[in-house]
Design a protein around this ligand. Structure first.
Ligand code: RAT
Ligand code: ZN
Length: 440
């Protein structure tokens, strides 16, 4: 007896009996072979508007902090690092002294004309240009520049959000940045596609250098001793920024050697200021762990490295602060499995994204499968980390494809064991992990 034929018959009977939905679902389940499943998952993932939970892009209100266009894409620090791989003869300062246009031309020439753009960062630019409908066959940079010269910022912004199908992005907002302060201290910003995150690296790493700035902002931090009145002032400083920018979370990056119980100013500020404020304000604390800053300072933003960190820090914080939600991502590939295990032990940890050096297809594939196998749908598989608006287009199109491949395999496995998988369930699941539901 052909099971599919029988299923279709049963489906029809149910349709006629007025239970059309059930009939449709039965047919759907029986017809679900791998190819079909994969195309359904891909369709659902492409149609699901993304909540991008960590980026470095800004709304238009932030003026020149918002980067977009071909020259910004080409001078993205991921490509700057690659330029020097191609041109070891080039002097770092000579590059930095060039005007941006010249830097972009050099990168275009070295990485796209004299070589094929097959690294993730370079092929990302090819994806952006082709998704914008531009012809790249003659490798003509000026033609590409003309396209960007003719479009206004707001039209382009709409286009990027539409092409990438992103519903909102979370920015990285630095309370010590003068340009940002000008915006927040005046009207703020109104574009609801942009939400804030309070980034406190400056407070943790540049303390006491930033003491003066905290004082300037009206919070009396008298010494660098972190005495009681200073702790209170830092807490007030944090609370005032929470009030001002209404961030989705408070965030910091941390070095691989960071320890929470070493009595350093950074750990003291986290324990005595950040976590009490986060708990009281019901804001998650996001930790991005594993970056070694300025391994090669001459490369500037492109000069940071990676190191394996101590996941026990995450476990200790999650254990000691059960009322605080910790969003965690780690930079080292070697930390990912331990982080999954730790996350299984603490309901207040939410793992997110494949950050920076692990945001490459081969590693995203591995980490995403590992997370699904160990955490199911209780994790946020990806964020874009876009620094240039246009990068939303490629970062999400590349990630969507990989996430779809992995999810399709996982759904197929359960159909093989007899579990019914229907499109509505896939949609529910995908919306949960990509649509920001887990952040609520
Ligand atoms: O990915 C990047 O662009 C890095 O430079 C960093 O900004 C990193 O993502 C971070 O948030 O510290
Ligand atoms: Zn980032």
């Amino acid at each position: 007896m052909d099971l599919k034929k029988l299923g279709r018959k049963v489906g029809k009977v149910l349709d006629n009996a007025g239970v059309a939905d059930t009939g449709k679902h039965i047919r759907e389940i029986l017809d679900m072979d791998f190819k079909r499943l994969r195309s359904t998952v891909t369709k659902v993932i492409n149609e699901t508007p993304i909540a991008d939970i960590h980026t470095h892009i800004y709304s238009e209100a932030f003026g020149d902090l918002l980067l977009w266009g071909i020259d910004e894409l080409l001078t993205y620090h991921y490509l700057v690092a690659e330029l020097f791989r191609h041109r070891p003869d080039l002097n770092y300062e000579a590059y930095w002294n060039m005007p941006k246009q010249k830097q972009a031309e050099l990168i275009w020439d070295e990485l796209f004309v004299k070589s094929s753009p097959i690294s993730e960062a370079t092929c990302g630019i090819v994806t952006v240009l082709t998704k914008l409908g531009l012809d790249v066959t003659d490798k003509n940079l000026n033609k590409i520049r003309n396209y960007f010269a003719q479009i206004s910022t707001s039209r382009y912004m709409d286009k990027v959000f539409e092409l990438s199908n992103v519903k909102y992005v979370i920015m990285t907002n630095d309370p010590f940045d003068k340009k940002e302060q000008q915006v927040w201290n005046k009207a703020g910003h109104t574009d609801t596609r942009f939400k804030a995150a309070l980034r406190i690296d400056g407070l943790l790493n540049n303390y006491p250098q930033n003491l003066a700035e905290i004082n300037n902002q009206g919070f009396e931090v008298k010494s660098d001793k972190l005495d009681n009145s200073t702790i209170t002032a830092i807490k007030d400083f944090l609370k005032s920024w929470l009030e001002k920018i209404k961030p989705v979370y408070i965030a910091t990056s941390l070095t691989p050697d960071f320890r929470i119980d070493d009595g350093s100013p950074a750990s003291k500020i986290i324990l005595e200021c950040v976590l009490p404020v986060a708990r009281e304000a019901h804001r998650p604390f996001a930790m991005m762990i594993g970056v070694k800053r300025a391994v090669n300072p001459a490369l500037r933003l492109a000069g940071d490295g990676v190191g394996k960190a101590d996941v026990d820090v995450v476990a200790k914080l999650a254990h000691d602060w059960p009322d605080v939600r910790f969003l965690v991502t780690m930079l080292s590939r070697e930390n990912q499995h331990e982080l999954c295990v730790t996350t299984r032990k603490f309901k207040n940890i939410l793992v997110f994204g494949c950050w920076w050096f692990v945001n490459n297809p081969s590693i995203i594939r591995e980490i995403t499968a590992e997370r699904i196998e160990m955490l199911g749908l209780t994790m946020i598989p990806q964020h874009s980390d876009a620094r240039v608006l246009d990068q939303l287009i490629y970062k999400w199109s590349h990630s969507r494809k990989i996430i779809a491949d992995i999810l399709a395999e996982k759904y197929f496995d359960i159909t093989q064991s007899g579990w019914p998988v229907i499109e509505a369930d896939i949609r529910r699941d995908v919306n949960r992990i990509l649509g920001g539901q887990l952040l609520l």
